[in-house]
Design a protein around this ligand. Sequence first.
Ligand code: 2NL
Length: 345
Amino acid sequence: MEETLRELERRALQELEQCEDSNQLEAWRLRFLGKKGQLTAVLRGMAKLSEDERPRIGRLANEIRDALEEARVSRQDALKEKERRRRLESERLDVTVPGWRFAVGGLHPLTRIIEEIEEIFLGMGFEIREGPEVELDYYNFEALNIPKDHPARDMQDTFYITEEILMRTHTSPMQARTLEKTCPSVPVKIIVPGRVYRRDEDDATHSHSFVQVEGLMVDRGVRMSDLKGVLTVFVRGMFGEDRQIRLRPSYFPFTEPSAEVDVSCPLCDGAGCRVCKGSGWIEILGAGMVHPYVLEKAGYDPDEVSGFAFGLGVERTAMLKYGIDDIRHFYMNDLHFLRQFRRGL
Ligand code: 2NL
């Protein structure tokens, strides 16, 4: 009997070593320690033992049962620990591996220049207005002193939707609309950025569509000196505090007098270089005093109010500022080009 018990213990411990998970462990417990287990079966045979043998064998059986239970618990702990280690190993993270770099977009160089221009004029109390790209002939031409037979219509030949509806050739129509709407009150102090269209052959310096910013100030007693002051602040903000401006007589149907505005060359500071073609000056804006006809069309009395207006090409400004040699770069969506103007985001 004693030998049977010891043999049972040996076998149980041996089989316990082979249990590799909680299912096998439970099966082992039922096999050896359960109600229908082998230890219980041996103990049943104790009835046949003599009176003096029974207590000794009973004690031994209890010891073996306790030893097996203890071994089972420790095997269970060992398996749990093993499982924990395996999980930790498989879930191990190397926090020093470099992260994914997110593809972050940037602002288009034209958008950047527009925003810079807006900041400068906001600082002088101008408001920003935007208007439709599809315009009425009336606001694009008639209200701006460009009647049907005017030669300026050839220079600004555009894309017509119908006889009276067209793609705007400048952002002036929105200024004419604003004047009409604001009249009779003053002042009007606005800049109008936006895309414009002209029937043109695309080349390095021409595009059938480009971005323009026009400005307009109308009030009592606005003079040409106000125009010069505002444009001086603008070119200094855009091209550097040392810049000077120069006005040359010119012609626009909607201003009188009219002027081409040059800025002293930001590259050579007026000394003469390749960019300014030796002259020291670069043409940057068209401007003038708002024509009395335009004020009258909007409803104002030209004897009571006056104003100045100006227009600039955003591509041309960006090309000058960044030394870009072909206007088509802005529209090719070549990332090598665009990424040069990426601001830290
Ligand atoms: C240029 C010249 C210019 C204007 C635009 C304007 C608008 C109104 C009345 C009078 Cl409502 N003038 N705009 C005036 C002078 C020049 O643009 O070279 N643009 C690219």
